[in-house]
Design a protein. Sequence first.
Length: 468
Amino acid sequence: MSSTNGGTVNGGISFWYAQEGIPAPREPLPGDASADICIVGGGYTGLWTAYYLKKAVPFLNITVLEAAFCGYGASGRNGGWLYNGIAGRDRYARLHGHEAAVRLQQAMNSTVSEVADVCAAEGIDADIHRGGVLEVAYTPAQLERLKTFHSVEIAFGEKDRLLLGARETAERVRVTGAVASSWTPHGARLHPVKLVKGLAAAVEALGVTIHESTPVTEIRPKHAVTPYGTVRAPYVLRCTEGFTANLKGQKRTWLPMNSSMIVTEPLPRTVWDAIGWDGRETLGDMAHAYMYAQRTADDRIALGGRGVPYRFGSRTDNDGRTQPATVDALRDILVRFFPTTAGVRIDHAWSGVLGVPRDWCATATLDRSTGLGWAGGYVGSGVATANLAARTLRDLIQQDSGQSGPTDLTALPWVNHKVRKWEPEPLRWLGVHTLYAAYRNADHRESTTHTATTHPLARTADRLSGRR
C-alpha cells in the first residue's frame, strides 16, 4: 500500500478493506482431504454456492479453497452495484429465442431481492439501499443510445423502468449536462466487503470448511490440486472469475479485465445540496468507456471505470495498485459530473480484475461426465449475477445427483453455454488495448462533435470484440 500526491492511498486491496479491515486469516489446507463438493474460490460465487448447497442438503461435506482470503478478488474491490444486468443476454436471445432471454432477465430482476432478503435473514449488514439504477446521457449520441437501451429493456420485461428528461434527472442527481436518464428499481447500493465478510461467516456457521492462503494450481475431474495437498471430491466447482487464468490450462479461458476505482473523502452537506442524490441510486452513463458510481453510506462518492484494461499474458495485480494516470482520469470524470467536487480529497484508489469470455456472455455450467462445474464471465455485473449462478449450480448438482429434477433455473439459456478461447499473445493484448483506445476516441469525438449517432469507431470495436 502506498500514497500518491495529495495523500491518496493507492492499492492495499481496496478502500472497502481499508475501512473494514483485513479479516483474521483462516487456516490453509493441512494436507490431502476429501469432500462431497470442493469449491475453488472464496468470492461471491464460491460462497453463495456453498451457502445454497449447504442450506439445501445440510449433511453435505463442502470445502472452499481460497488463494488469499475470502473477497480478495473482485468481490472485495467492486463498485457495490447490486443490479439486474447480466452479460450476454442479447446474444442468448439470438441463440435461444426472445422468451428464453426474458426468463433470464426476470431471474436477474428477482436476484436483487434475493440477495437483500438473505442478508436480512442472516443478519448481514451490507449497507444495502434499494435506490435503483440511474443511467444518464449527456451527449446527443449518448441520448440516442439511452433511448434504444431503454426500449430494449422494456422489451425484455422491465415494465417498471422509467425514461426521465433533463429536469426529472436533475431532481434525482444533478449530473452536469445530463439531458436524460433511464431508471430501474431493480438495483441497490451495497458495501462489497461487508457482504463478503458476512457471507463467509454465514457459510462457516452452516458447517462449510474454508481454507485460505491455499492457491489451487490445477483442477481436474474429482481433484483440486494445491501446494499443500489435493482435495478429492465428486464435484469440483471453479469459481475464480478474473483469476481463472492462473489455473493450469485456463490461460485463455476468460480474459482478466482491469477496472479501477477512486473514493472521495466524506462530503459536506453543502456539496450534497448541490448534487442531490438523496435516493442514493447507483449511477452510470452511456459512454463507451463507461463509468459507475455510488453514494456510500458515509456520504462519499465511489466512482470507477476502465483504466489500463488488460495486462500482457493475462497477468493480475496483487494489491490493487492503480496507475496515477488512471487516478487522474477518474478524478476528471468525477469533476465533469459534479463540478463542486473539484477541491475534494481522493482518499483511496484501487484496481481489480473481472472475467471476460470471448463472446462476453456469463455462464453457469456443470459437466455431468466429469463433475466439473464453473460459473463466471460476468463482465462487471457479478455482484448480483454471482448469486443467480450459485443457485443455478446448486440445482444442477442436485439434478445430477438425483436429488431433484430440472428446475426453472437449470432451463435458463446461459446454462452450459460454451465459448471459444481468447486469442494467444500478443494478439490478445493488442486487441484489447486497440478496442479500448477506439472506445475512448469515440467518446471524445461524440462529446466534441455533438453528433446524434454512435461513432463508427465504437461500432467497429463492438463487432471486433464480440460484444455485438
